[in-house]
Design a protein around this ligand. Structure first.
Ligand SMILES: Cc1cc2nc3c(=O)[nH]c(=O)nc-3n(C[C@H](O)[C@H](O)[C@H](O)COP(=O)(O)OP(=O)(O)OC[C@H]3O[C@@H](n4cnc5c(N)ncnc54)[C@H](O)[C@@H]3O)c2cc1C
Length: 430
């Protein structure tokens, strides 16, 4: 069979599959050719924004997005959904449909390894060659130190007591647990940074306290905060739910026994009926698997990917870009860029521009990202805080961060409008 008829067949197969490409190994091997290909690992905020921008900026290249999940799940909208304040169903979108609309390929499969020297990605659906790779795996939570390295206890913890911050499965499992909850002691932990959307755990505590009250459940929520907390939220806890929320700043978890439902801190042992335990966060496992992590203080692999902050190019490999929450320090002045969906999407677009420039044999104009985040500091009456983050480059070349935080006491759908705009314009999901 000639190359062209093979190509025609392949195209017909892809069309029949409706854009979701699940090819056997042999087929995927055939799917490589002279056309340049960018493979995007992870179809979250960073990965989808990169794919969309690549499609526009590098129209001749093939763009392939790989994710283990079939559906995008919007964590920023998950708290409202968890406590029944959003009756549109789970905040999910079909990834194959988005790929069809966006003109890129979607491969639903687990990425199992990457050979950076050969520029190939191994997935559970077969092998993919790439010219450039965008790595957007989000975060993982490091619970092992809490359970003395016991993988079974870690799996038990993830299944039954996760805070639902890392991924859709955790959020869905949390929803089922909360709906079955009949009252009692709840323990919520808040990890030290860097962590995704730092105000989100506090907003979730307020939402839970409000929701338990609506359901007339007798509950105490003990918040174990590894840091010092956020002043506005500490005030909101005291003003709105003095009987329900017990806030314990600078209280890190040392051990968890999921079987007996006990948490040990430096000061106390607490028993719980239900728990939302958020462990310290690290770059998604793919970053470590690819050898992209910045060294830690001891010289061994650290927790986050080393990137050039103006292009998101990996410091380990010029053909690889790491975007979103997995990316590490951007500046000694403020540390990491905020780990938000908005920021991940901006970074995806910046990496796409850098790849398009590299494909032309050029250098991209340095572009700084930005981030906007809305959180409720009261649910009834609804009151929001808007946190906007901008950047500029100082005379000595360091990136400077400017944060603008303001309260919106009579919101008119600002948070919903932000989510709609991001999902439609940056991610191409609506
Ligand atoms: C409760 C909560 C509220 C939040 N609120 C806001 C907010 O108001 N505004 C805001 O901007 N941000 C908010 N965020 C943060 C936002 O959700 C994250 O910053 C964003 O999801 C990061 O995007 P990402 O692309 O880096 O990772 P993700 O969105 O987590 O995407 C990573 C993807 O990679 C895939 N993946 C990982 N490893 C593999 C593998 N080996 N094989 C195949 N696929 C893989 C995963 O399935 C996933 O789809 C909130 C987060 C939480 C938890």
């Amino acid at each position: 069979m000639s190359a062209t008829s093979t190509d025609r067949l392949r195209r017909r197969f892809l069309l029949a599959a409706g854009g979701a490409v699940l090819l056997p190994r042999a087929r995927l091997a055939l799917a490589t050719g002279p056309q340049r290909r960018v493979v995007v690992l992870g179809a979250g905020w960073g990965g989808l924004a990169a794919a969309r921008a690549l499609r526009r900026q590098l129209p001749d290249a093939e763009v392939v997005v790989v994710d283990r999940a079939a559906r995008f799940f919007s964590l920023p909208q998950s708290t409202a959904w968890l406590v029944g304040r959003d009756d549109h169903g789970p905040p999910e979108h079909d990834l194959a449909a988005a790929a069809r609309r966006g003109g890129y390929r979607f491969v639903q499969s687990e990425v199992t390894s990457v050979d950076r020297r050969r520029r190939t990605v191994a997935t559970s659906a077969g092998m993919l060659r790439y010219d450039w790779l965008v790595v957007a795996p989000g975060i993982r939570e490091d619970t092992l130190p809490w359970v003395d390295g016991d993988p079974e206890a870690a799996a038990h913890l993830a299944r039954d007591f996760s805070a639902g911050f890392a991924d859709a499965d955790g959020a869905r499992a949390l929803k089922a647990r909360l709906e079955a909850f009949a009252g009692g002691e709840v323990v919520v932990s808040i990890p030290a940074g860097p962590a995704r959307c730092p105000p989100a755990p506090y907003e979730r505590v307020l939402a839970l306290a409000w929701w338990f009250g609506q359901r007339r459940l007798k509950t105490t929520i003990t918040v174990l905060d590894a840091g010092g907390g956020i002043a506005g939220f500490r005030q909101a806890f005291e003003d709105q739910f003095p009987e329900t929320i017990r806030f314990m700043p600078r209280t890190a978890i040392r051990r968890v026994d999921p079987a007996s439902r006990r948490v040990l801190t430096d000061f106390d042992e607490l028993r719980f009926d239900q728990a939302l335990l958020a462990a310290p966060q690290r770059a998604g496992a793919l970053a470590g698997m690819l050898g992209l992590l910045a060294p830690g203080a001891d010289g061994r692999d650290g927790h986050w990917a080393a990137v050039e902050p103006l292009t998101l190019r990996s410091r380990a490999d010029e053909r690889v870009f790491v975007v979103g929450d997995a990316a590490g320090e951007a500046s000694p002045l403020f540390g990491h860029y905020p780990k938000t969906g908005h920021m991940a999407a901006r970074q995806g677009a910046i990496a796409a521009a850098a790849i398009a420039a590299a494909a032309r044999g050029d250098e991209a104009e340095p572009t700084l990202p930005d981030s906007v985040c809305f959180v409720h500091h009261s649910l009834e009456p609804p009151e929001l805080t808007r946190i906007a983050t901008r950047y500029r480059i100082r005379g000595d070349g360091e990136i400077v961060q400017e944060v603008d935080q303001r309260r919106i006491n009579q919101p008119r759908g600002e948070a919903q409008a932000w989510a709609r705009e991001m999902l439609r314009d940056a991610l191409g999901l609506l």
